[in-house]
Design a protein around this ligand. Structure first.
Ligand SMILES: *Cc1c(COP(=O)(O)O)cnc(C)c1O
Length: 357
């Protein structure tokens, strides 16, 4: 029986990818702002409608470089309901993650909870657009302005999401993307930082390259956040397909919606004025027990949904004891159903019939 996972990477034909490889072989340049990297950065900026986009070797290093570039210190208020990368990058950069609980309807960080967590040591807010669902951007901006805080959005799920008619990546001081193979748009491994701040973009450009200022001089220390020509080649193959990939996912998502309407199971609320990318199909069970029963039934049929996000990040052994009742409750009973471009309608029907038992 064919295995169905929560996602399946879109791969171009080998021929298409090979055409780019021929160019790499001709030029002999494999990384360091090569032709394909520059071309992909340019195309992504146009596709997304953003001012600066700097490719980075993955989304986690992108978060770390964004934290460095903004010179964040001490406490960063963040969400407990995200992937571990969001929290671990704060800790890795010697800052302290202070959690603010989430909104139980849209599952993003709750601005009222952010307000309660602000202290004289707070330097920034790091919030995730969960499943590509935009945060309460207006309120977060107001809070940041009132308290002189920076804003970073973890937009790893939000490629191609528009909010109020423009890319959701245009909000905050910086947004980070992940182009990991499991994401809607991918470069095998990869990521990016998006910002409209010229000075910040310049700083990121040398922080990702050891701090270099030309071949023999350095602006400062830095790290190696560079992507390669091979990553860029994959991105150039995948990017033109993104509208089709989104459309195929939309059809399956809408079929799930229809088939699950009478199941009593809920989905998070999508923020209004959002053009969604259908990157995930999260389903909220009434209890963790019910979720585990359904997961076992699906696993028996070789179908592997994913408990995403689980566990709640405040329960990790390195974040201190910060109870987050809503995030812990949601994390215990949310599961993402298989959703990808080549999932067939029959497969989706079968998944729902197994869920309904
Ligand atoms: C995938 C993901 C990341 C990390 O991206 P990598 O490219 O795998 O390092 C960060 N945040 C969230 C929310 C993610 O889903």
């Amino acid at each position: 029986m064919k295995q169905i996972n929560v996602t399946k990477t879109y791969l171009p034909s080998i021929d298409e990818y090979s055409k780019y490889l021929e160019g790499i072989w001709d030029r002999g340049q494999l990384t360091n702002n090569g032709k394909l990297l520059l071309e992909l950065e340019d195309k992504l900026k146009k596709f997304l409608g953003v001012k600066h986009l700097l490719l980075i070797n993955n989304g986690t290093i992108a978060l770390q470089i964004a934290i460095r570039a903004l010179e964040l210190k001490n406490e960063i208020i963040t969400t407990p309901f995200s992937y571990a990368a969001t929290t671990t990058s704060i800790v890795w950069e010697n800052c302290v993650p202070v959690f603010a609980d989430i909104d139980e309807r849209n599952l993003c960080i709750n601005p009222d909870e952010i307000r309660r967590k602000i202290s004289p040591r707070t330097s920034a807010i790091l919030a995730t657009h969960v499943y590509g669902n935009p945060c309460n951007i207006e309120e977060i901006k107001t809070i940041a302005n009132e308290n002189n805080l920076k804003i970073i959005y973890d937009a790893a799920h939000a490629f191609g999401v528009n909010y109020n008619g423009k890319s959701v990546l245009n909000y905050g001081d910086a947004s980070i993307l992940s182009f990991h193979a499991t994401k809607l748009f991918h470069t095998i491994e990869g990521g990016a930082i998006v910002t409209d701040n010229d000075e910040l973009a310049y700083k990121i450009s040398y922080l990702r390259n050891f701090g270099h200022n030309g071949p023999e001089a350095f602006h400062s220390y830095g790290t190696n956040g560079k992507a390669s020509e091979f990553n860029a080649a994959m991105g150039l193959c995948v990017l033109p397909k993104v509208p089709e990939l989104i459309q195929a996912r939309k059809i399956i998502s809408q079929l799930y919606d229809t088939l699950l309407k009478d199941s009593g199971l809920e989905k998070p609320d999508l923020r209004t004025n959002t053009e969604y990318n259908y990157s995930y199909y999260p389903l909220l069970f009434k209890t963790e027990t019910e979720l585990l029963v359904v997961r076992d039934r699906l696993n028996c049929e070789n179908i592997f949904p994913r408990r995403y996000f689980y566990p709640s990040l405040n329960t990790l052994n390195y974040t201190g004891n910060q109870p987050m009742p809503i995030a812990e409750n949601i994390a215990s009973r949310v599961m993402c159903l298989p959703l990808y471009h080549s999932l067939s309608e029959d497969e989706a029907r079968k998944i729902v019939s197994i869920i309904k038992g």
